[in-house]
Design a protein around this ligand. Sequence first.
Ligand code: AMP
Length: 220
Amino acid sequence: MSFKDFSFDPRISAGIRAAGYTSPTPIQQKAIPVVLQGRDVLGIAQTGTGKTAAFVLPILQHLTRGPLRQVRALIVAPTRELAEQIHQASVDLGGKTRLRSTTVYGGVSKNRQIEALRRGAEIVVACPGRLLDLANDRLIDLSRVEVLVLDEADRMCDMGFLPDIRRILKLLPARRQTLFFSATMPPDIRELADNILHDPVTVQIGMMAPVETVSHALYP
Ligand code: AMP
């Protein structure tokens, strides 16, 4: 299978080439067509499998049509490092489009984040706490979100973000596409997924062995 099979906008195909990706990874092969159809997805996959591009690419494709400079895709991640990685993937893959991505997370000054939101962005990659903070102060409008991604949902629950996630969900339109990614599926995560996904397609990438793109080393 090749990236050509997805018929991406030429500007996105250029982003894929610039990133040096030659063929889609297994999770991309499975998830991209389903996300492009607008279906909800339950993705069971670890970092290192190419899952970021599996949701970023079809989101970019979706956003190439429709209004600019309003928040249309919200990606929620547990840590600022992960938020930055996802944002960077959006910038790298979507660099040839007119779409803008920005980040929202705590531990840094709010002003630059507020300023970037004022200038307008279609994609916001956020950690739950600061996102709620800005939403409570009416500095971000989530009422026009079309696609929600919850990335590393199990880690967000482990970090105690479940109540924040529920609050965020209340700020979003009920009619939206939801993509839910988790490396594991303990009962509380399963329940959250069942509650928020509508008729999802499950995409699972075998995880019996450590993923090959992550090198492992042991220092005794
Ligand atoms: P992720 O699982 O999303 O953290 O991705 C792991 C790494 O794989 C990142 O460095 C990506 O840039 C890279 N990657 C993602 N998709 C592809 C692809 N189709 N071909 C080559 N590398 C990729």
